[in-house]
Design a protein around this ligand. Structure first.
Ligand code: DQQ
Length: 535
């Protein structure tokens, strides 16, 4: 008897909001990226998957492979919840490591409302997996700590032993990353909390609250962007030289997924000395639970889960839920922050191209073509005080439109406050001296005539070049939207109802903004052929 629910794949494929060049599950539910690796030349993307419905329940590990990071082949489901045992209620997030040639997954087995670390070993092609009979490999929370939750894994090899972080939270204190070590991946010694946040600091509204639990902790030493001197750092466990380490986590509280953040700092010995806390993506929960890996060329590549902005009922009706972001290359910039951009491979999906010449922008919209699969690059010069607005997914009558605004604060020589709020900082810093003089804002209040979809705004700061230069990249794939502004990312979902809500245009809202040039591409589907719920 077939295990496939009738028509779930057909239902999903018929949905106009379903992306065509982002990775999505065959149908049903998708959330976190897991087990990211490049194994003998092939990229492997595992993901949290419920093939039975478009809701989060009894999570499996879906699996797909790629040789180019953008076109994927479905592989058999890698892990399914056991009939009994420590993962009977789900195989939650985890990672894949190379244990002396044996592909090995560490994941969170869910039993009831609690997760514990489990292990599975794979065939040489990573398509069949055997769970360790001794699971869970850590059979309880560490003694002496009152934890809010305990799951997800970051595992690496260092000085001849394995080290692991488990995401957690200390009740009454804040989120934490718990450090363990092991000789064999199966027997683990608890070292202690590597770093613990303070849930009394920060605000959800500001997007920098660290939550009461850290999901999907990910520690890595980022490569440097071009132009940053490598001599300023020392080599980490994987040989990357960088002045800082980065600890990425997703702030969670009482069942609510908030946003991804990262600490920069230095991982040394058994501790992480934090320096700065930053938002990884201004979309908040629309780029959640990211996981990264280092590929054969030394790039640090990140995928994140683009959650839905529609109701459970709408997801079930659509037959699918959840989008994997495009692969992003992240590197450390001269300002000590992560710069992000879609992997260059994404450009291989580009088709018909339109170019737009340099010109001064006015309040008359400059049409930039349209379609629901678009990739747009815009080079701008924003003088102090200038604002431009990019209209996306706009219907001709303007009934539906998504607005992306880029603003550069202040006027040269004036003293004002943080970008965009017009208050006085009183610190003698001019707008041009501030490292992050730009603000990107996404206004979805008119994105959809459907009143049930999320329309809350998003925004965050970005650095502006000395000459006012701003490099904007916008990728639209039906409901999936990824925006990059001078290396800062803002991810969201939009659900226009109108078939003709396809147009893009750019205009000046304030100041003498200049267009240096723009190119817009149609983007091809990255999928072909039928998909199966249980490949
Ligand atoms: N999703 C997984 C958890 C993780 C959360 C469950 C983050 O392991 O903490 O599907 O989205």
């Amino acid at each position: 008897m077939s295990r496939e629910a009738p028509n779930l794949v057909d239902l999903a494929e018929a949905d106009r909001h379903r992306p065509r060049f982002h990775f999505v599950s065959p149908a049903g539910w998708l959330n976190d990226p897991n087990g990211l690796t490049q194994w003998q030349g092939t990229y492997h993307l595992f993901y949290q998957y419920n093939p039975a419905s478009a809701l989060h329940h009894r999570i499996h590990w879906g699996h797909a492979t790629s040789t180019d990071l953008v076109t994927w082949t479905d592989q058999p489901v890698a892990l399914s919840p056991g009939d009994d045992g420590p993962d009977r209620d789900g195989c939650w997030s985890g990672v894949l490591v190379d244990d002396d040639g044996i592909p090995t997954i560490l994941y969170s087995g869910r039993d009831g409302d609690r997760e514990l670390p489990c292990l599975a070993t794979g065939s040489a092609d990573l398509t069949t997996w055997v769970k360790d009979p001794a699971n869970p490999v850590i059979d309880g929370y560490p003694e002496g700590l009152e934890l809010t939750a305990y799951r997800d894994h970051c595992v690496w090899r260092e000085d001849g032993r394995w080290r692991q972080l488990v995401g957690s939270g200390i009740a009454g204190v804040g989120g934490t990353a718990l450090l363990y070590e092991s000789a064999d991946l199966r027997s683990w010694r608890f070292v202690g909390p590597l770093l613990t946040g303070d849930a009394a600091v920060g605000t959800v509204e500001g997007g920098d609250w660290t939550g009461t639990m850290w999901e999907c902790v990910d520690l890595f030493r980022p490569p440097l962007t071009d132009g940053v001197a490598a001599a300023t750092g020392d080599a980490g466990a994987d040989g990357v030289t960088s002045p800082v380490d980065v600890l990425v986590f997703s702030a969670w509280d009482a069942g609510v997924t908030h946003h991804p953040l990262y600490w920069t700092g230095r991982y040394r010995g058994d501790s992480f000395e934090p320096r700065e806390l930053h938002r990884l993506d201004y979309g908040g929960r629309y780029f959640y639970a990211p996981q990264s890996f280092r590929d054969a060329t030394g790039r640090r590549i990140v995928f994140g889960w683009m959650q839905e902005g529609r109701t459970d009922e709408a997801m079930v009706a659509a037959g699918w839920s959840g989008v994997m972001s495009l692969p992003r290359v992240v590197a450390l910039g001269a300002d000590g922050r992560l710069a992000q951009a879609p992997a260059p491979e994404v450009a291989s999906l580009r088709g018909a191209q339109q170019e737009y010449a340099a010109q001064c922008l006015t309040d008359a919209p400059l049409p930039l073509g349209g379609g629901d699969q678009r990739d747009l690059e815009v080079a701008l010069v924003l003088p102090p005080g200038a604002t431009v607005a990019l209209a996306l997914a706009a219907s001709p009558d303007g009934a539906e439109v998504t607005l992306l605004e880029l603003t550069r604060a202040g006027a040269v020589g004036t003293i004002d406050g943080p970008a965009g709020n017009g208050t006085t900082a009183g610190n003698g810093v001019t707008a041009d001296d501030r490292p992050e003089a730009g603000t990107v804002t996404l206004d979805r209040s008119r994105s959809s005539l459907d009143p049930t979809v999320d329309a809350t705004p998003r925004s965050g700061p970005f650095p502006v070049g000395d000459d006012g230069s701003v490099e904007l990249r916008v990728v639209v794939d039906h409901s999936a939207l990824e925006v990059f502004v001078n290396g800062r990312a803002l991810t969201a979902r939009i659900y226009p109802t109108r078939e003709d809500a396809l147009r893009m245009s750019l205009r000046a809202v304030a100041g003498d903004a200049e267009l240096r040039g723009a190119t817009a591409w149609a983007v091809r589907d990255s999928w072909s052929g039928p998909r199966r719920l249980y490949p």
